[in-house]
Design a protein. Structure first.
Length: 54
């Protein structure tokens, strides 16, 4: 027996969504079915058709 418990398998919440590009679990953009973390989104946004307004 190990010293620590097994990680909790989550069914909903922030820990469920995973970036389809890098596998990160934090700051995942789900809108429009993207499922990309914010870092990956910045890299591929222009090729997806998003434009930067400043």
């Amino acid at each position: 027996m190990g010293k620590f418990k097994q990680p909790i398998i989550r069914k909903y919440g922030r820990g469920v969504q995973v970036c389809i590009r890098c596998g990160s679990k934090d700051a995942v953009i789900q809108k429009y079915g993207l499922y990309l973390c914010r870092q990956c989104f910045r890299e591929v946004a222009y090729s997806l058709g998003f434009k930067k307004y400043s």
